[in-house]
Design a protein around this ligand. Sequence first.
Ligand code: SF4
Ligand code: FES
Length: 378
Amino acid sequence: MTPPDPPPGPAPAPARPWALLAELTHACPLHCGYCSNPLELTRRSSELTTEQWTDVLRQAGELGVVQAHLSGGEPLLRRDLAEIVAAAETAGIYTQLVTSGVGLGEKRLAALVSAGLRSVQLSVQHADPRVSDRIAGRRSFAEKERAAELVRAAGLPLGLNVVLHRENLDVLDGLVELGVSWGVDRIELANVQFYGWGLLNRAALLPTREQLAGAQEAVRRWRGRLPAGPELVWVVPDYFDGVAKPCMGGWGAVSLTVTPDGTVLPCPAAAALPDLDPPNVRDHRLDWIWGHSKAFTRYRGTEWMSDPCRSCSRREQDFGGCRCQAYALTGDATRTDPACGLSPDHGLIREAVEAEPDGTVQIRRRVPGGVEGPAARV
Ligand code: SF4
Ligand code: FES
């Protein structure tokens, strides 16, 4: 019999964060049913000012951050985006714009490039323009196509991001062909994560095992056919194989997220967790937040774990899975992520996966003036 592993040690001293996710605004022209924005959005009047973002980026540079993802919502809705890019450039931080492409004209892109923008990640919802527009909740495919063309013409690295779910997993071939025809360098095939709106719409989004197997096979085939790229990144779904994901590379281990109003969190979904006393850049310096705030130290390392994670040999590899998923599904963020087959709560995931897909379930989503869909409220 294998002896049990030694008990977990104290949380390691935090290394410097590598990346910063700057959620510049929650406002967005699209209305996707898997949106990773929280259910309660930050109002535009509460967003950080240009000066405050400039200071955040300066502090991030001093802290050792090397890459900032300028995201949202739709970051292009910030009129001062070029100034924010320039602030990151001054701080020695590489910037990637994470965008729907809506509003990315030639002049705007030129201003961003001259401010120091280094790369663009463009979202697309489906290979068929009409279905893409329907999933996005507005006409946007043509603007995305144009945005891709402009980014290529500007000579910037371009990535395509596709959130995969029941409605688009079967068109994997079409999505890869689309990326190739748009000349992208990388296609991120990101299986939907079930937090916030995604969890609310889980019954409509959750794929079948057969769909996932078919898509994975397609990715293998395309990798063989496209040895020179684009790079195909398959972001694994965690509902299907009983293996928890090492969410965010570990709590407070790799990156920090700054939300539109200046709240700083270890991941975008952590706003929903209770008892984190989320710090804000208006009140605290970023280095203190990273090193000492409760929000970043609460689940860092392995000390916080209870069994089965506490005595599990995988605890340093997956860090007990995702805290936000544990909280969303069990109401207790200290529990083992139910995605793990060893979790006493794994039945919650198994039930969802084994349920017969119901093709009649409608998506709920935020639209101008409220929420659209069943019961029209969240
Ligand atoms: Fe990972 Fe915890 Fe499951 Fe072990 S019990 S595999 S540490 S989630
Ligand atoms: Fe927050 Fe996984 S999304 S820890």
